[in-house]
Design a protein around this ligand. Structure first.
Ligand code: ATP
Ligand code: MG
Length: 687
């Protein structure tokens, strides 16, 4: 009798558990639907508002901002001769035309898209003072420095402005014309300024924003902004999120710390041997002191491997932090190791690589963080080191955020995927139509060798293991679950006719993550006095897995990811820098120091260096046609002096013989210099 009751009790309990799981799954689903409902509602509202605004407005002809305008030639002249920019990028001309026409303009453009020119150029062309409001002090300093170097009267009104400068600025504002063209201010300066009535902004207002929005929210964000800024009739320019020059790549991360650092060092030495700038991001757990140790350790380990690296973290004193940032901005330090907090206000255009030593917390943050690479439009790489074992650390930080886990699992899907174009994941995330990747991600560029393993049986074992544990009020972290799973498989191997597991530890981790993404398992968290621990427990779909009804396919890469066999379809289009380009790069660092400590990119951009490397102008007139009047006048003589020997060295083989002969004859200083150059020329792929 008693056993019958016990058995029924067990059955009822199991069924109750099942019902509870179903309720949880339904509640989960309900929450998601509510979320989507509100998103759709907002979209619809926004659409209605814009429709009614359009209906109310006087009938407007479709505006053609790409046509010809009376300021065209002045705009082109300023673009080229002052900024040294040879052609406009997508939307820039149109935006400038709309601003010049006195319209309010809303611009949404990806990082590095070239927003600054859209307000700097009209500021120069239009009468009066242009006021630029920005909360980022480093951006303001960078731009004022850059504009001043170009001879444009630019000033800033910030917490760092001296009383004297303030006086000068207010006087210039009162006087109007001439002495001041662009004035940068921080928002608090406007609200605090008792004299704000003296700041006269006449004419058009331009609002330039970096993309920092969810896709689904794009339209809503736009309408919110238009409402907040009182610009209902503004002209809108919304550009793509695509950064075609960025090569996205995910690499398997070894569980051995030193191996990862070795790989990073190898990459930097191999691909960025000309001291090209980069950032290595380590995870940011604000409350965790270890992160500071980790940053300094990674920087030290990179230095031990011959790479000029230093670290940057929030707890450093302001002076030390500023010094590191400045050395890096001036190309005197190659790599900064930092938390993702290092990045706000980085305006360095020639960052050639951003390496994530650990996972970002969402697709959006990864887009932002990796997007600090290649703002000058030249090929740059975004590398993410991924290993499933890193996930619990991240999830225990983000689970309390709104949609925190969902966002984290999105980027985990991005990392786990071996076939899907990485770029397409961004288009999908930001709700944009697909565009061609042009082989600029690992999955598109390399042939992928994948072994597909049927892991249905393994999933069953995991579900039953967890079920047993949970029945005994036990919990397991991911690592513990992996160990238990492997022990169980080992014990049962050979003992019965169960298929043996040949999954490695990392592959079992990968499987557990897959099961979490598929909702067979889920993560749960527990706070202790010191930390938040992440556990893996049964998820809403565990029964199906236990009953073997859920087909589970695990994709295992053969060899190392990112290093897959097969030839690249597209290309990682980075070309090696020629000897001349290296010399010009050194020159810009020298000139930037001797011209009041401006940034090297304010002297010559990398694009200009590449162009000079190819065109090799030998007179100021020729140079002017490439980099514009202002820069040619300022730096021309030195640039020509550097280029000259490379022009005479038309045929490196002949020249080498000549030089050898000359050095056999004792040589002279001039020829020795040429000899040095010659070695560079030979080593260049471009020549
Ligand atoms: N038409 C162009 N041709 C070549 N280079 C350009 C052009 N327009 C801008 N640039 C260069 O591209 C780089 C990025 O421009 P800018 O700083 O304006 O980007 P941004 O859109 O403001 O990016 P962020 O959101 O990161 O601030 C700069 O080095 C700038 O000189
Ligand atoms: Mg900008």
């Amino acid at each position: 009798m008693e056993p019958d009751i016990e058995e029924e009790l067990l059955c009822v309990e199991a069924e109750l558990q099942d019902v509870q799981d179903q309720i949880r799954a339904l509640l989960d689903r309900q929450e998601k639907l509510y979320e989507r409902q509100s998103e759709l509602q907002t979209l619809l509202d926004g659409y209605k508002i814009s429709q009614s605004a359009e209906n109310k407005a006087a009938p407007v002809a479709v505006e053609d901002w790409s046509g010809s305008f009376e300021w065209d030639s002045r705009a082109d002249d300023t673009r080229f001769n002052i900024f040294g920019i040879s052609s406009f990028r997508a939307n820039q001309r149109e935006i400038i035309n709309a601003v010049m026409s006195g319209r309010d303009v809303l611009v949404i453009m990806a990082a590095g898209g070239g927003k600054s020119l859209c307000y700097q150029l009209p500021a120069i062309l239009r009468d009066g003072v242009a006021l630029v409001v920005s909360p980022l002090l480093s951006l303001i300093q960078d731009q004022v420095m850059g504009l001043t170097a170009l001879g444009i009267p630019a000033y800033m009104l910030t917490s760092t402005t001296s009383k004297e400068d303030e006086k000068y600025i207010y006087k210039a504002l009162d006087k109007g014309e001439g002495a001041l063209t662009i004035l940068y201010v921080t928002p608090e300066k406007i609200s605090k300024s008792k004299r704000r009535h003296t700041v006269v902004v006449n004419g058009a207002t331009i609002f330039v924003l970096t993309i920092r929005i969810l896709a689904t929210a794009t339209y809503k964000v736009q309408t919110d902004l238009m409402e907040m800024l009182h610009i209902p009739k503004c002209v809108k320019f919304v550009s793509t999120v695509n950064r075609p020059n960025l090569f996205y790549k995910v690499l398997d991360k070894s569980s051995v710390g030193k191996v990862v650092i070795d790989e990073i060092a190898d990459y930097i030495r191999g691909s960025c041997s000309n001291n090209e700038s980069g950032i290595v991001y380590c995870f940011s757990r604000k409350e965790c002191e270890q992160v500071n140790e980790l940053l300094s350790l990674v920087a030290k380990e990179l230095r031990d491997r011959g790479i000029s690296a230093d670290y940057y973290h929030a707890d450093m004193d302001v002076v030390a932090r500023g010094k590191v940032h400045l050395r890096w901005s001036k190309n005197k330090l190659q790599v900064i190791v930092g938390t993702v907090a290092f990045g706000m206000g980085i305006n360095k255009p020639d960052v050639r690589f951003v390496i994530h030593h650990s996972l970002s917390k969402s697709m959006e943050t990864y887009y932002q963080e990796s997007g600090r690479a290649g703002r000058d439009g030249l090929p740059s790489e975004c590398i993410l080191y991924f290993r499933p074992g890193d996930i619990p650390r991240q999830s225990s930080m983000v689970f309390y955020e709104n949609c925190g886990l969902q966002n984290l699992y999105d980027i985990v899907r991005y990392c786990q995927s071996n076939r899907k174009c990485r770029r397409s994941a961004f288009f999908q995330h930001f709700g944009e139509a697909m565009q061609d990747c042009n082989g600029m991600c690992d999955n598109c560029a390399y042939g992928t060798e994948i072994k597909e393993v049927d892991a249905t049986y393994h999933a069953k074992i995991i579900a039953s293991l967890l079920h047993d544990m949970q029945s005994n009020d036990q919990r397991a972290t991911m690592l513990q679950l992996v160990d238990r799973f492997r022990a169980k498989i080992k014990a049962s191997a050979g003992a019965s006719n169960t298929p043996a597991s040949d999954l490695k530890k990392e592959e079992v981790e990968q499987l557990i993550i897959l099961l979490i993404l598929d909702r067979v398992l889920k993560e749960e968290f527990q706070h202790t006095a010191y930390a938040t621990n992440a556990y893996v427990t049964l998820g809403p779909l565990w029964k199906q897995a236990l009953q073997g009804k859920k087909a589970v396919k695990l994709e295992i890469t053969i060899g190392q990811r990112g290093n897959k066999g097969g030839s690249p379809k597209g290309a990682n289009k980075r070309t090696r820098t020629s000897g001349l380009e290296t010399k010009l790069d050194e020159l810009r660092i020298e000139l930037s120091s001797s011209h009041g400590g401006i940034f090297p990119h304010a002297v010559l951009s990398m694009q200009q260096i590449n162009m000079l490397g190819h065109q090799k102008p030998t007179s100021i007139e020729e140079l002017e046609k490439l980099i514009g009047k202002v820069k040619a006048e300022k730096y021309g003589n030195r640039i020509i002096e550097i280029i000259q020997p490379y022009v005479t060295l038309e045929n490196p083989d002949v020249m080498e013989q000549d030089l050898r002969k000359a050095s056999e004859n004792g040589g002279n200083k001039r020829l020795k210099k040429k000899d040095k150059n010659l070695v560079y020329v030979e080593s260049s792929e471009d020549e």
